[in-house]
Design a protein around this ligand. Structure first.
Ligand SMILES: [Mg+2]
Length: 147
């Protein structure tokens, strides 16, 4: 089953001065490796999300294009067909709402490049996606087997 992972931009991948959070490359590489469909979305709109990823790519000297399946305005997320969704975001209200809807979620604190000596929230986010997929897939097997 394809997991569609929605990744927020501002506060999640970059701080307010566009400093890039550690582990962005690791997170996107992991999501591709795990066969997730990756949607980068922003309340700023589709074009904004795409430009921010290009900026992050330039800073990290890395091409994110093959790792991102779609850019979206946050409002358009409802139109995405997906049986299985996971949200990585710094917006607590959004995370709470998606959790209530039964989706996988991981709340990251708004990134502040000077706040923590080591910021590994995106590494933890990748691990949370991994656990979500493992739990879902093992749940499917056990319900099929009746145990
Ligand atoms: Mg945000």
């Amino acid at each position: 089953m394809i997991t569609v992972v929605f990744v927020d931009v501002d506060g999640t991948l970059v701080d307010e001065k566009d400093n890039v959070r550690p582990w962005v490359k690791g997170l996107f590489n992991y999501l591709k490796h795990a066969d997730c469909s990756v949607v980068v979305w922003s309340a700023g709109g589709q074009g904004y999300a795409e430009r921010k990823m290009e900026m992050i790519g330039r800073k990290l000297e890395f091409d994110f294009t093959p790792l991102v399946d779609a850019y979206l305005w946050k409002v358009d997320g409802q139109s995405v067909y997906a049986e299985s969704r996971f949200y990585i975001d710094d917006a607590e209200g959004l995370i709470d709402a998606m959790k209530l809807s039964g989706y996988g979620t991981f709340l990251v604190p708004f990134y502040c490049s000077s706040a923590e000596a080591v910021d590994n929230w995106l590494l933890k986010a990748a691990e949370a996606v991994e656990h979500f997929i493992d739990a879902r897939d093992s749940g499917e097997v056990s319900s099929d087997d009746g145990d």
